[in-house]
Design a protein around this ligand. Structure first.
Ligand code: HMG
Ligand code: MG
Length: 306
């Protein structure tokens, strides 16, 4: 076991969390959420996504949102970009980091970005060159690293192969994403072990959805393999529109509670994240999916006597 002392926690709620919401969320609400998350002290917030509004209508207000957020020094604001059109919009919106997103499964690549894995890498090449030329950080995200809703099993070798291609494009960081939350702890360790043969472990991130209730166990397994970057979504918001049945990312409040208990520092204020989680849940008109968030909020309420 070689647990890290520090973890970089990337808040993906405003993007991965909100992209799947059926109701149109006013940009003012998104803005209030991002500002609250900034105040909570995250080093990195995935705030926006410059994709086709026909494919993901909820992200259509990304330009407006990025123009209005109160940027906290020390926080990087990231945006997903599938192609040069997305890159130009992200650059104009002053994103600090652009995220190219591919998949370890051919079927998912087709459904999500309408091209094969090889074609996606060619599209990303231009984006990567432009990102470097403009001094932007470049992150690569690999969907379906632990299973695919269309193809089923995904081999760790297939994940490492995409990671190698993203490394060759110049990615500063690579996300291993369990898009549909099917992974279990040993498989997670195997995948990181494979990918670490082609890309430095300290720049790999775990992006876990909690569909099968495995996300915290998977984070613990990844931590014990030395992974020190994780993504999480406030109130457990989220899902991918092209991964039917997939629920939200692991809730940020739950991850923070785990990390605090393990003595691992993040620089993020759990209480402020609980407030942000309660705020967005109220706006969406449903309870937060964060167990720790709800427990902490209940303990604070006046009728609590314990
Ligand atoms: P396409 O239809 O093949 O693209 O879609 P196209 O180049 O033929 O363009 C079609 C139309 O889209 C054109 O408009 C373009 O201008 C427009 P029209 O002429 O018809 O009016 N367009 C754009 N508009 C705005 N921004 C752009 C852009 N690009 C083209 N960047 C495309 C290909 C990649 C664009 C499309 O498939 C797409 O936008 N996909 C995005 C899907 C998506 O956002 N999925 C969710 C994010 S991934 C995720 O959640 C997984 C992750 O969390 C990790 C995990 O958990 O696995 C990251
Ligand atoms: Mg995701």
């Amino acid at each position: 076991m070689r647990f890290p002392d520090k973890v970089k926690l990337v808040e993906v709620g405003p993007r991965d969390g909100l992209q799947n919401e059926k109701q149109t969320i006013p940009v003012e609400v998104k803005l209030a959420l991002v500002n609250r998350l900034s105040e909570a002290g995250f080093p990195n917030i995935e705030a926006a996504s410059f994709v086709s509004p026909k494919w993901v209508p909820q992200m259509a207000t990304s330009t407006e949102l990025m123009a209005s957020i109160q940027r906290r020094p020390g926080t990087l604001y990231s945006a997903l970009v599938p192609n040069m059109k997305g890159f130009e919009a992200a650059l104009a919106a002053r994103a600090d980091e652009v995220v190219i997103f591919g998949a370890a499964s051919e079927a998912f690549s087709q459904k999500n970005i309408n091209c094969s894995i090889a074609e996606s890498i060619e599209r990303f090449r231009e984006v990567a060159i432009a990102a470097k030329a403009n001094g932007l950080r470049l992150r690569g995200s690999i969907s379906c690293a632990l299973g695919c809703p269309y193809q089923g099993e995904v081999q760790p070798e297939a994940v490492a192969d995409v990671a190698r291609r993203m490394r060759d494009l110049g990615c500063d960081e690579i996300d291993i994403a369990d898009t549909i939350g099917v992974g279990t702890a040993f498989k997670v360790q195997q995948v990181f072990e494979h990918v670490a043969t082609v890309f430095p472990l300290e720049r790999l991130a775990g992006h876990f959805h909690d569909t099968y209730g495995q996300a915290l166990a998977n984070i613990y397994a990844a931590l014990s393999s030395g992974v020190a970057i994780f993504h999480a979504s406030v109130a457990g918001l989220g899902g991918c529109p092209y991964a039917k049945g997939a629920t939200g990312n692991v809730a940020t409040e739950d991850v923070l509670y785990l990390l605090d208990g393990l003595g691992i520092s993040t620089g993020v204020d759990l209480n402020a994240v609980v407030d942000a989680g309660q705020f967005i849940s109220q706006q969406l008109g449903r309870p937060s999916a964060s167990r720790a968030g709800n427990a902490i909020a209940a303990r604070r309420s006046p009728e609590h006597t314990a």
